[in-house]
Write a protein that binds this ligand. Structure first.
Ligand code: CO8
Length: 261
């Protein structure tokens, strides 16, 4: 598939950068963009050498200003359901991507844009970032997972306040709420994202994937079942060359050389 609404680059070995690229519509997500997004995720998931995915938006104003309102205006109930399901598939695919996904939120992350950021594993926000779920202003509730992922990230009461008032929060408040992990000057967002990605890429790749899997899958289980899952994934790591290399390197007082196997 040739991408028109997104850019998929590999700025460094193992590090992918996916940029939503519809600057004239503040990077809002229409159906075509979601299709491209899904195809890009399939590509990253299939690359054994992939270590991290960074997700951002083009320009200095918006990460993603939501789902494309002009495309939704005349939608029927069936089309609305189909569009929501398509968005949900993308958000689930992001969450289930084997490697960590970091949202670099460079500006407005509203509605579907906030939901996109929430489907990433964590958020690095530029100081000018603005988050919000303004759907109730349009007469709709969120439809790309915001009513589920926002309360899981910041707690039910705080999420309900934002979901029902449409109040927008700036980067610092987003960090206080636990929505964003870190805030940095906008001019440093890309370099900070790459720095973080490099750290992850230097670790044992299978261990990183297993840790993500344990957190993502375990979050939907009760504690007992989740800990049993952790045991299983922990044990699996003992079939890898990397865990032998990691432990040997520690004992031999040298840096490890991980192969991803
Ligand atoms: N959809 C389509 N076009 C958009 C969107 C959007 N979400 N956001 C901005 N644009 C367009 C504007 O229409 C404008 O286009 P044009 O230049 O042709 O007039 C251009 O982008 C620039 O926008 P503004 O002139 O409005 O820029 P401002 O700096 O004045 O304002 C804002 C920036 C505050 C971000 C403002 O654009 C805004 O409020 N945008 C809408 C935000 C919003 O309501 N997002 C939620 C959308 S609904 C949603 O995401 C639901 C997700 C689940 C859907 C499930 C489907 C069933």
């Amino acid at each position: 598939m040739v991408f028109k609404n997104i850019l998929l680059e590999q700025p460094e070995a193992g590090i992918y950068l996916l940029t939503v690229n519809r600057p004239t519509a503040l990077n809002s997500l229409n159906s075509a963009t979601l299709d491209e997004f899904a195809a890009a995720l399939t590509r990253v998931a299939a690359d054994e050498a992939a270590r991290v995915l960074l997700v951002t938006g083009t320009g200095d104003k918006a990460f993603v200003a939501g789902a494309d309102i002009s495309e939704m205006r005349d939608a029927t109930i069936e089309q609305a359901r189909e569009f929501s399901e398509k968005g949900m598939r993308v958000m689930h695919a992001l969450e289930r991507l084997p490697v960590p996904v970091i949202a670099l939120v460079n500006g407005y992350a509203l509605g579907g844009g906030c939901e996109l950021a929430l489907a990433c594993d964590w958020i690095l926000a530029a100081d000018r970032a603005v988050f919000g779920q303004p759907e109730v202003n349009l007469g709709i509730p969120p439809g790309f997972g915001g009513t589920q992922r926002l309360p899981r990230r910041i707690g039910t009461a705080r999420a309900l306040e934002l979901l029902t008032t449409a109040r927008q929060v700036k980067a610092d408040e987003a960090a206080t709420l636990g929505l964003a992990n870190h805030v940095c000057p906008a001019s440093e967002l890309r370099s900070k994202g790459l720095e973080m990605a490099r750290v992850i890429a230097s670790k044992g790749p299978v261990a990183v994937r297993l840790a993500k899997q344990a957190v993502q899958r375990g979050g939907n289980l009760d504690l007992f079942a989740a800990c049993a899952l952790e045991t299983e994934l922990f044990a699996q790591a003992f079939t890898t060359q990397d865990r032998k290399e990691g432990m040997s390197a520690f004992l031999e007082k040298r840096p490890p050389k991980f192969s991803g196997r």
